[in-house]
Structure formats: structure tokens, C-alpha cells
Design a protein around this ligand. Structure first.
Ligand SMILES: [Zn+2]
Length: 373
């Protein structure tokens, strides 16, 4: 179906098909950052210079309108105006458009991977060129973190200290620095694309982690993984998207290097739970969302006791059941104090570590019963 327009007359059906295949929000996201505004999306207009967003996307009517330059229309109009093309060429541009990464949260298998083939992404991640791109990204992100007060304040609010920030190589992706840095180091954008650092189209690449705190998994100098957490600050125009985003390709066990040589270790759910363990100097790892990473069971093999401290919700409980099957009698399940959602919650309390230690002492051999309601 794709790229067939050269041989197709422009019919009503063809126009409808193009509109269906290219949702307005995803195409607009190639040209500008979008934030949620109620049921709509809003961003800086890609058609005129402005500092206050007046460009709106109305997904339900598949249309857009800019209150600044007072232009609007459907997805084809947007491409027409943005790229200064006549109608038929805008139509063909969309038809030939390489894979567009659907906006995160859209119901599509590709959305988890930003349009990148996961197996290929994994191979690229471990190639010398891929590691070069990842190392470049990490140095750009760690630098940007120190220069972005909002990102800094976010970490402080979550109880993450400067020492943890440095130890875990935390960074911040401002969304506008990586491409230039790659160019300066002579690393082809294609590599960053294959690794998954860039999304969008070849014509208008965007940074995957834009607006996010970046938590890398660094193993012996190599970068095995990156995950990003959206920074929620009012003064920053946020890109639309889910709280967490990660590189495409097989997930790894986060924080796994701290497990080596330990007989008792902790497993937590999210990246910030793990950062809390690092702050407390406790050996542990995190699974991240989306199930048990393949390497998890192997890496937990050496530990005689594995303390599982997951979120106190249904998803956390389901995850605990999965781990219970893998670990059998080596597992101990930690019940967090009443009113505490997850381990990261305790990072903000002065007595967080003491309270957590109490819970670990009380840990049982049985996973929590699955809530049925
Ligand atoms: Zn405008």
C-alpha cells in the first residue's frame, strides 16, 4: 500500500487512505513538540515563529489550527504549508513518508519501538558505532542535566541526591543537542536512528528522550540500556507521551552490576525505586515496565535470597507472582508500609531507610495474593 502514488490517480479513496495512515498528531509531532491540553494537543506553531504555543491539534476531527497565524486544516494541509508543496505533492510526500513513529501511547505495536525493528536495534546497540552514538548521547545528557534547573529540581523533589546522580550517570535530554553533537563527532545520524536515540523520519529526526531524565545502564564502560522519565514541571512545555520511554530492542535488568558477588539482593520495580536503593547503598536491580527481562533469571541465579519489593498495586502484585515462579523458595516478598506506593516514595522521608529495613526484616516467603476486585 505504501509508496504507490506514482501510479495512482488522486481519488477520494486515496486521499482518505493517506489521512487514515498518517494521523494528524503523529505527523505534526515531526515538526514540533506537542503537549497535552485537555483532550487536545498544543505546541509551538511549525509554520511561524512564536514563543507561546498557539498551534492546536484536534484528534477527534483529525484537524489542526494555529491561533497565531490563523491557518488550519487536515494532515495534508499541514504538510502543504510546512514543506511549501502543492496539494498533490504533499499527498505523495505523505504516501512515500518513511515509517513514522506513532506518538507514544497510541495503540500500535510499533509505538513501543518508535518504528524501529527491535532485533536490528539490539544488534546496533552493541556495535562499535552504536556504542559511539550512545556514549555521545550520554555525555550530552549528563551535561544538559547540570544546565537544566527544572530537571535538577525534579530529582531533588524525588529525594535523589547529587551523589546518586553522578554515580548512576543520570542525564537530561533537552531534545535539541544530540544531533549537533553527533555531527560534530562524525557519527552518522543513521546509527543513532538504528539504536533508537532518534525517532521521527529521516527528514525530521527528533530525540526519543526529549524532556526526560535519562537513566542509563552502564556495564564495564559499555552502555547496555537507557530509559527516560518525563520531567513534570509546569514551566516547561512537555512533549506528549508516556512517563517512561526506553530504547527499542530487548530490555536489560537495570542496576545488575551491583548484584555481583552478593548472596542477598533486592529486586524493585521502577528506575526511581532502584535509584533509592543506590542512595541507601543496598544491592539491587529493577525490572522496569513490560515484564521480566530475559537475562533477569540468569543474573539473579547467584543470589541465595532475593527480596522482592514491588509497588503495592495490582500490576506490582502480578509481577511478584511471575518472579515467585522463577525464584521459588529463594524469594522473600516485602510489604511496604501502609500508604507508601513504592520504594521511591520512601526516598523523600528522612526515616525512609529505617522504615524500609523494618519491612525487609518482615519479608515473607509468599507473594501477595492477587487482588480480585
Ligand atoms: Zn502559526
Amino acid at each position: 500500500m505504501k509508496g504507490t502514488s506514482a501510479h495512482r490517480p488522486i481519488s477520494r479513496e486515496f486521499v482518505d487512505e493517506i489521512k487514515r495512515r498518517h494521523p494528524i498528531a503523529e505527523v505534526a509531532a515531526l515538526f514540533t513538540w506537542l503537549a497535552r491540553a485537555g483532550t487536545h494537543l498544543v505546541g509551538l506553531c511549525p509554520l511561524h515563529e512564536e514563543t507561546i504555543p498557539s498551534f492546536y491539534i484536534f484528534r477527534e476531527t483529525r484537524s489542526w489550527y494555529c491561533y497565531g497565524c490563523q491557518r488550519g486544516g487536515d494532515v495534508i494541509d499541514l504538510v502543504r504549508h510546512r514543506l511549501d508543496l502543492p496539494f498533490d505533492e504533499a499527498l505523495r510526500w505523505l504516501d512515500q513518508c518513511p515509517e513514522i513513529a506513532p506518538l507514544p501511547g497510541a495503540a500500535s505495536a510499533a509505538s513501543a519501538h518508535g518504528g524501529v525493528d527491535p532485533a536490528r536495534a539490539l544488534a546496533a546497540r552493541w556495535s562499535a558505532a552504536g556504542q559511539g552514538a550512545l556514549a555521545t548521547a550520554l555525555s550530552v545528557y549528563t551535561q544538559a542535566l547540570w544546565e537544566t534547573p527544572a530537571a535538577h529540581r525534579y530529582l531533588v523533589r524525588r529525594g535523589i541526591t547529587q551523589e546518586v546522580t553522578v554515580r548512576c550517570h543520570l542525564g537530561y535530554c533537552s531534545g535539541d543537542r544530540l544531533i549537533e553533537a553527533l555531527r560534530q563527532r562524525g557519527i552518522p545520524l543513521q546509527i543513532a536512528w538504528e539504536v533508537g536515540l532518534l525517532v521521527g523520519t529521516a527528514r525530521s529526526p527528533r530525540e526519543r528522550f526529549a524532556g526526560r531524565i535519562v537513566i542509563p545502564e552502564v556495564r564495564g564502560g559499555a552502555i547496555a540500556w537507557m530509559t527516560g522519565r518525563l520531567v513534570e514541571v509546569e514551566e516547561v512545555l512537555l512533549p506528549a507521551g508516556p512517563k517512561y520511554m526506553s530504547l527499542p530492542g530487548a530490555r536489560v535488568l537495570g542496576g545488575a552490576t551491583s548484584l555481583a558477588g552478593r548472596t542477598a539482593v533486592l529486586v524493585v520495580e521502577g528506575a526511581f525505586d532502584w535509584l533509592t536503593l543506590v542512595k541507601w547503598d543496598l544491592p539491587g536491580c529493577y525490572l522496569g515496565g513490560g515484564g521480566l527481562p530475559e537475562e533477569a533469571t540468569r543474573m539473579l541465579d547467584a543470589a541465595r535470597t532475593v527480596y522482592v519489593a514491588f509497588d503495592q498495586d495490582a500490576a506490582g502484585q502480578r509481577m511478584a507472582q511471575v518472579l515467585a515462579r522463577h525464584l521459588a523458595d529463594r524469594a522473600r516478598f516485602v510489604d511496604l508500609p501502609a500508604g507508601v506506593k513504592d520504594v521511591a516514595d520512601l526516598a523523600r522521608c528522612n526515616d525512609g531507610l529505617d522504615r524500609f529495613r523494618c519491612c525487609v526484616r518482615e519479608a515473607t516467603r509468599h507473594p501477595p495474593a492477587l487482588a480480585t476486585s
